[in-house]
Write a protein that binds this ligand. Sequence first.
Ligand code: NI
Length: 396
Amino acid sequence: MLTRIKDIATQLAPRLIEIRRHIHSHPELSGNEYQTSAFVAGVLSSCGIHAEEGVGKTGVIGEIKGNGKDSRTLAIRTDMDALPITECTKLEFSSRQTGIMHACGHDVHTTVGLGTAMILSQIAQELPGKVRFLFQPAEEIAQGASWMVKDGVMENVDAVLGVHVFPSIPAGSIGVRFGALTAAADDLEIIIIGESGHGARPHEAIDAIWIASQVITNLQQAISRTQNPLRPVVLSIGKIEGGRAPNVIADRVQLLGTVRSLHPETRNQLPSWIEQIVANVCNSYGAKYQVNYGQGVPSVQNDYAITKIIQLAAEEAWGDDAVQVLPEPSLGAEDFSMYLEHAPGSMFRLGVGFTDRMINYPLHHPLFDVDESAIVTGVVTLVYTAYKYFLSDISE
Ligand code: NI
């Protein structure tokens, strides 16, 4: 079966590169993936897969039934949106949309999803169970997965696979990780309310800017002294707004930030922990405060058994040396975790780095580029993993 899958993938390679370049030159921002989803639906239909558009707003789903010997359904998720970045690569198939670029490789993900669908549709008779393709919009704004789940895409799904390109792994290799892959990313807003006054007479006012600086300092120090150092928490204040004039003491400051964590228990105690620190500082100096903690996406926790299937499938396909077990998670976020609230699954990293280049630019960089040979690596890995999943006895 593996040889057959590899042969079909090799034959499809030129077409897949063409597809990837088409998507790359026509990037669309999160929630606006109209052309991309119409294109995806067209390709799915051309391989005999009924495509449903408008799922999760601008997402597309398609399903391959298999031969029915296994009642399980495996979902494969690929995201489709681009970023508000001006591409500087000067590639012949560069973005034709000024200020929009596929700088996170979602063009590759979409192509890999389509290639996987093309091959699985050809071997459907030998595929024991169902495979459902989730072409997701709006990953970059961490919304698309929720939209898809709300529209029922995870109903009757027993396991879910995901893939993300990774420029620091060479093309031809993949990275798997057992357990946490990415962090939970929550939003934080803190408002400090003081009392305005003359800059020359601070004792008659309550200085919200000074108190805000104490809040920030206390939060950063408290992380190092009161959070378990083996369970990382990153809190970054990215925006401060407050004050009216150089000689007027500010009565209101707004702090906006992001809070990242890996462990669900750690995450659960963060809202009250932050509020307590803000309260302590503000109460000391007579200020009022508001803390608004917005739950973002949870951490991606890869399922052990499913990750093992990916690892073994990839090792069989590409050799043991081509499969890295990633030693560390990332504190980035991925809304793939929203699917994992409904079924176990695993996301692997697809190497797209050029081995003959000194620099492989990182994700979200205007010069980000991928070695397109990775597309076949991704497709074969997903197809063979799907096949092997149905040979496994992971129970629902
Ligand atoms: Ni991405």
